[in-house]
Design a protein around this ligand. Structure first.
Ligand code: ITT
Length: 211
């Protein structure tokens, strides 16, 4: 029997793009979500070497500091031709200034150096590891991915991070060209397309109830 997430919870992210998506995903479930920023929580060091480990570090740190159940996401883009980079370092590639145009340009430069110019050589996937931690130590963790190819130049201004260069399989528009409903909306409005939406479906099955 899984423990249900209810009442007041903290969304353990300092990334505004992720925060907006996590709030939208939680909206049908009647929980009162406050963000780590609103509570003035610090950012723990992400010392894990997997998405799962880093999601756990963030959720546990927030649950302990806020004395509330905490919901964290660790995510990133894994590029086949770059041996999985930037992966768990996706945020760090944008540097202190969080410059994702520079991060995308770095990915593109490395792909060009490897001669990855055709779609088959430009395969990538986004991963989202979600973790819910309760202040007493209980944990739930899930993970999911969405596969696609990387385009250049980047297309669209919606979303955040690497969205403008990611073309999900079976679609003609990048995540940067999609509305939030198209990227991560749930049926009947959306397809639950993104890595975060897919992971959230798994999490909702085990620890959320529609209100
Ligand atoms: P928190 O740790 O505070 O949640 P962060 O941005 O540092 O924020 P991560 O360490 O999980 O989060 O880094 C994930 C990075 O991967 C994120 O900054 C984006 O650049 C990228 N990323 C993850 N999900 C994405 C998405 O849906 N669209 C575009 N880029 C995404």
């Amino acid at each position: 029997m899984h423990r249900k997430l209810e009442g007041r919870i903290v969304i353990a992210t300092h990334n505004p793009g992720k925060l907006a998506e996590m709030r939208e995903l939680l909206a049908p479930y009647g929980v009162e979500a406050v963000s780590a920023g609103e509570l003035g929580l610090g950012e723990p060091e992400e010392t894990g070497d997997t998405f799962e480990a880093n999601a756990r570090i963030k959720a546990i740190a927030a649950a302990q500091a806020a004395r509330l159940p905490a919901f964290a996401d660790d995510s990133g883009i894994v590029v086949d031709a770059l041996d999985g980079a930037p992966g768990i370092y996706s945020a760090r590639w944008a540097g202190e200034t969080k410059d994702f145009n520079a991060a995308m340009a770095r990915v593109e430069r490395l792909l060009a150096e490897r001669g990855a110019t055709t779609p088959d050589k430009r395969r990538a996937h986004f991963v989202s590891a979600l973790c819910v931690a309760w202040p007493d130590g209980d944990l739930e963790q899930v993970e999911a991915r969405v596969d696609g190819t990387l385009v250049w130049p980047p297309r669209g201004t919606a979303g955040f991070g690497y969205d403008p260069m990611f073309l999900p399989d079976g679609h003609a528009r990048t995540f940067g060209e999609m509305t939030s409903i198209e990227k991560h909306g749930m049926p009947p409005l959306g397809l639950g397309l993104s890595h975060r939406a897919r992971a959230f479906v798994k999490l909702a099955e085990i620890c959320l109830e529609r209100r």
